[in-house]
Design a protein around this ligand. Structure first.
Ligand SMILES: NC(=O)c1ccc[n+]([C@@H]2O[C@H](COP(=O)([O-])OP(=O)(O)OC[C@H]3O[C@@H](n4cnc5c(N)ncnc54)[C@H](OP(=O)(O)O)[C@@H]3O)[C@@H](O)[C@H]2O)c1
Length: 267
């Protein structure tokens, strides 16, 4: 079935997640309200924040002010690196929830595997007593070996791995592993932070479809079956980034875009 902005992917927790959302890293407090409101008007339903971003409070306020039924919205936040461990992880989760001012979050991610206590953290989170306060748990920046470590130790498969992915950084091995284990891959920096918008291959594909390079980059992620969370604070770009459901890439074009990662490595 053709993807739309309302499309959702099934998570291994029985929940579903919108295929496109708004990234909120580097969106300053005062900009959050108007940006989220504009995004909601355009049909965005997924909002990605983190303790690190320092804007959970404003994100929660904007979501609460939307007037939309809570179950239509999907809010993600993340555990920061100094909150790993059996004691701190549940406390950090409760603090995030309190800053957001919501009854529950849809997805709580371990932001980085950067701690030798990551398995302990995972176990503590997935054993939270009041499980209703978080609909799904996942991870971010976890490689295949980090994922294997978690699953081997606990038997609990993360619902999502949020990783940097775009045509210049296509993690095919991780993609295959996640597909095999029913883990949804969510692409952060799906526009490669707007640093490669002048790439000639992307420009050629965009021209062939009468589209923009950012739209082609997002379409690439969606057609791989990933969730994409571009960030913008500009209304015209918010609209542009959500207008990616009325064209599709040819197989050959997708193959050419996949090949952009080869040899270039992460930027
Ligand atoms: N888990 C992690 O470790 C991690 C790490 C990084 C990011 N993330 C998440 O992923 C989200 C997205 O990643 P990101 O913010 O790093 O990068 P991104 O979405 O790839 O790119 C954002 C940059 O592109 C610009 N931009 C957006 N739309 C555009 C368009 N249509 N045309 C031209 N420029 C455009 C934005 O500027 P304007 O705002 O000025 O439009 C901003 O400078 C973050 O906000 C965050 O939620 C997670």
């Amino acid at each position: 079935m053709a993807l739309t902005l309302e499309s959702r992917l099934a998570l291994n927790t029985g929940q579903t997640m919108p295929v496109l959302g708004l990234g909120l890293w580097q969106v300053r407090g005062p900009d959050v309200g108007p940006t989220v409101q504009r995004a909601l008007e355009l049909g965005y339903r997924l909002f990605d924040t983190a303790k690190l971003y320092g804007n959970e409070r404003e994100v929660g306020e904007a979501v609460r002010a939307s007037g939309l039924p809570r179950e239509e919205l999907f809010v993600t936040t993340k555990l920061w690196n100094d909150d790993h461990g059996r004691e701190r992880a549940p406390a950090a989760f409760a603090e995030s929830l309190s800053r957001l001012g919501l009854d529950y979050v849809d997805l709580y991610l371990i932001h980085w595997p950067a701690s030798d206590r990551r398995v302990e953290t995972w176990r503590a989170l997935t054993e939270l007593e009041d499980a209703g306060r978080c609909r799904s748990f996942g991870v971010s920046n976890f490689t295949v070996s980090h994922l294997e470590e978690l699953v081997d130790a606990t038997g609990i498969v993360p619902a999502v791995d949020q990783v940097e992915q775009h045509p210049f950084r296509y993690e095919a091995e991780l993609d295959r592993f996640c597909a095999r284990h029913g883990i949804v891959v969510e692409c952060y920096s799906p526009l490669a932070r707007a640093r490669r918008l002048d790439d000639p291959t992307l420009a050629e594909v965009a021209r062939a479809h009468g589209r923009t390079v950012p739209q082609v980059m997002l379409r690439w992620g969606l057609e791989h079956g990933f969730v994409v969370i571009p960030k913008s604070v500009h209304p015209a770009r918010l609209r542009e980034n959500a207008s990616v459901f009325d064209f599709s890439l040819e197989r050959e074009e997708r193959r050419r875009l996949d090949a952009l990662s080869q040899g270039s490595g992460p930027d």
